[in-house]
Design a protein around this ligand. Sequence first.
Ligand SMILES: [Zn+2]
Length: 113
Amino acid sequence: MHEASIMQEALAQAEAQARQHGCGAIHVVRLRVGALSGVVPEALEFAFEALKAGTLAAGAKLEIERVEARAYCAHCRREFTLEDAVFPCPDCGGWESELRQGRELDLVRLEAS
Ligand SMILES: [Zn+2]
């Protein structure tokens, strides 16, 4: 399961950061997940609940920050929101748009003590 290995990685990263700051417990883990990251937020939540036992994050809450996908058309000089991974510009129909955001998959915040 894709999301399980991603969550394992995120938990390991969170634990490493908490230890670095001398913290013994993680309270909140916040991830930023782009619409085109290929990850299903619900599956991440499920993986988090399954994997957090026995880690510093055993009592932690997972927060997921969803990022919509946006691309920029240099021809029309405008940015637009994408529904899908293929993105013709809604104005000129061009295919040269450049993805600006939507592939994020980051650990953005950690609360620990
Ligand atoms: Zn355009």
